[in-house]
Design a binder for this molecule. Sequence first.
Ligand code: CAA
Length: 395
Amino acid sequence: MPAPSNMHPGPNLSLTPEHEMIRQTARDFAQREIAPVAGHFDETGEFPAETIRKMGALGLMGIEIPEEYGGAGMDTLAYVLALEEISKADAAHGTIMSVNNSLFCYGIYRFGSEPQKEKYLRPVASGQAIGAYSLTEPMSGSDAGTMRSRAERQGDVYVLNGRKSWVTSAPVADYIVVFLMTDPEKKHRGITAFLVETDRPGFIRGKKEPKLGIRASATSEIVFEDYRCPVENRLGEEGEGFKIAMAVLDAGRIGIAAQALGIAEASYEAALQYAREREAFGQKIGQFQGISFKLADMKTRIEASRLLIYQAALAKERAKTTGERFTLEAAMAKLFASETAMFCAHAAVQIHGGMGYSRELPIERYFRDAKITEIYEGTSEIQRLVISRMELGLR
Ligand code: CAA
């Protein structure tokens, strides 16, 4: 394990003993149980079911969900602290954890009915079942409001048809929140959210997506062929789906920012150690400004990302009582942290030279894993769109 850099406690946030405890628990678990197997799961693309099950037992799969619904009953800061530590050991575990916590549990807790929380939230938050979220389609990614999948009401069921793509955890998920068109005339106001059980007829797992990075996180298409979804499994009202999707993504983006921070830190710590040890032209390579200035930029961007993430986590926490949106804070944290992850992973490969390109070290994995953080849950371009529209008062 690389020697740590000078760890900052972060801004003066007065972390409680519970925050310190969950951070330490996640760090110990990640370094003991995940880091040693991360390379294997990256190589094989297998889903790391056993470590995910253990994370559930530690309370890491539903951190912000109250204990009465199977969660750990902690706050958003606890969530980002833990997710950062898990992702530092392996970003793929971070993806699975983030989607389960933010995109599934947060959505059901905030928008679900009492029976939905009892039936679907409890098993997923406690780590006994896996949850997923499905918005994207082959022909609709950034422009999420233009989806083609349809849900048609027939008495007390909706009949679902269509194809969704890039669904994180779909190959293993028990339950998925899916967004489909109920009234195409109304465009984004005609989208509705549904809670889908994956063991029912009409639900088909489609092709697995072959990916550059986060290879242990299972991703596939899903197909609906006359899937009959009971009306009581509609999440929110008809036509509210787009707003639910966006509000849930606000939470998800904070998770991806924390994941990106973990990747950036892993890259930085490895590069720092290498720069302290590796010699060239009669001195440690860290003594060359070409290397040391890279380290300075990495460190500065990491600490700036941390501040933006903590700010977003606090905004999300406040929103639990005020109901205010934290869209801006989440988008800024995700934008900056994901670009920092890519910057740091790129620099770490360069500092390691040939060894950075070798599959004998995890550096090339950090580089492959970092890229997705600039793409999923809204590309960097979409984050810039969201931030600038809000600043200009266009939305
Ligand atoms: N919270 C609540 N409501 C919101 C909102 C938010 N964050 N953002 C927008 N809305 C509301 C608006 O107020 C508006 O409401 P009205 O209908 O009352 O006017 C409505 O939603 C439509 O908003 P816009 O006009 O801004 O919509 P748009 O079509 O211009 O799109 C967008 C906005 C920001 C580009 C949005 O489409 C978007 O975020 N796209 C990216 C999608 C994305 O992140 N996809 C990732 C999928 S998940 C994933 O990656 C897979 C995985 O498993 C990890």
